[in-house]
Design a protein around this ligand. Structure first.
Ligand SMILES: *Cc1c(COP(=O)(O)O)cnc(C)c1O
Length: 382
């Protein structure tokens, strides 16, 4: 029996990455910046349709810079979803500002517009307003931006789109990475494309991106000696990493198609199991289906996520819980959480699971995952 390890999401090179790395070597432009970085920024910004971009060392760094550009300072509030990876909100703490966690809606699992509205009301009553709202597109699925943009426009608060998981996704003919005032991307090893580690901050505000670039290079002023008036960071992406990124951008559409195909296969093969519901792709959106994620309805099955994860591990398959919500994290327990009647983020965490979704997964590997789900869930149907 074939039982080699199946990974949740692993790098998938296009083939031309080493050509760009070699070019950097040939020019001895290993570090710090150089032609690859410029080209990579240009490619990504053109792909998503933004005016300006700065390539940085991680998606987390990009969020940090976006918050600074939004003017976030000590004791300011930033609204963000609870159901996300900690990198979305850690930079809020870097700035000694305060996250306010907003619950998810149950369709896309992203920030619930009604809960967002409720949070704005609650804070408005105390004469308060957030400095920024971070919106995440979980597992590639765009959030409900029509409603969210309306609310943020009304209160005149900038939106940071955390598109770390959603490069290649679309919302109403608009590429993810091109929504809101700022967007950030991640090229971490497990994302849909990777530079082995990296990120990008994008905006149509060229002035803000120029300032972010300056902050990302130690805020070194444009004079002949080393002079600094502002606190800077060492956040730029290396020319080698950017070379990998250029090669990866050549295959981004292929990667999206491959991930979507894997999702469709899971959906098709598991449709007979009524206890399973997949994260929804709502009208006018296309998800890159970075990870296939699903819920197991506890009223229809007594299979728990824990049981499934154990079963997968036994068969050398890496599956994962969905993100543990931030309002349930010890680190963030003292911050506010705003929800409607029930805690949707907590429910999705308790009953959700992410399946292996790497774009280079074979059909046989997909079968191994599908068989385990079918066997386990059909055996325990209520
Ligand atoms: C991966 C990820 C990030 C951070 O990206 P890094 O490049 O790993 O710093 C931010 N937000 C979300 C939702 C992510 O999944």
């Amino acid at each position: 029996m074939n039982d080699e390890r199946i990974y949740l999401s692993q790098p998938h090179m296009g083939g031309r990455e080493q050509y760009y790395i070699k070019k950097a070597f040939a020019q001895n432009w290993i570090a710090p910046l150089g032609d690859n970085v410029n080209q990579f920024e240009h490619k990504v910004r053109n792909y998503v349709g933004r005016n300006a971009a700065v390539a940085v060392s991680s998606g987390t760094a990009a969020i940090h810079l976006a918050l600074i550009e939004c003017g976030v300072k000590q004791n300011d509030f930033v609204f963000c979803p609870s159901l996300t990876f900690c990198a979305t909100c850690n930079p809020i703490l870097y700035l000694n500002a305060k996250p306010v966690f907003i619950d998810s809606e149950i369709e896309t699992w992203n920030m619930c517009p009604q809960a967002l509205q409720k949070a704005f009301h609650q804070y408005e009553r105390q004469g308060l307003k957030p400095k920024a709202v971070i919106v995440v597109n979980l597992y590639g699925q765009p959030a409900k931006y029509n409603e969210i943009l309306d609310i943020c426009d009304y209160y005149d608060v900038p939106i940071i789109e955390d598109a770390a998981e959603s490069l290649g996704s679309i919302y109403s003919n608009c590429h993810s990475g091109n929504i809101g005032n700022y967007s950030i991307l991640s090229f971490n090893g497990n994302k849909i494309i990777t530079t082995s580690g990296g990120g990008m901050l994008l905006s149509n505000n060229e002035h803000a991106i120029a300032h972010a670039l300056y902050l990302a290079t130690q805020a070194k002023e444009d004079v002949l000696y080393y002079q600094h008036s502002e606190l800077g960071y060492n956040y730029r992406l290396s020319n080698i990493s950017a070379g990998i990124g250029i090669g990866q951008m050549e295959v981004i559409d292929e990667r999206v198609a491959q991930r979507r195909r894997i999702f469709q296969r899971y959906q098709q093969e598991l449709q007979c199991i009524s206890a399973i519901t997949f994260q929804e792709e709502i009208a006018t959106t296309v998800s890159n289906r970075w990870l296939t994620a699903l819920l197991i309805d506890p009223r229809q099955s007594n299979v728990t996520v824990k049981m499934l994860l154990q079963m997968f591990e036994k068969h050398n398959i890496e599956a994962r819980h969905v993100w543990k919500p931030m309002h349930l994290q010890p680190l963030f327990k003292n911050f506010d959480f705003v929800s409607l009647e029930q805690d949707n983020a907590g429910y999705i965490f308790e009953h959700g699971i992410c399946l292996p979704s790497a774009s280079n997964m074979s059909l046989l590997q997909q079968d191994r995952v599908i068989n385990i789900l079918q066997d386990t869930l059909l055996r325990h149907q209520l």
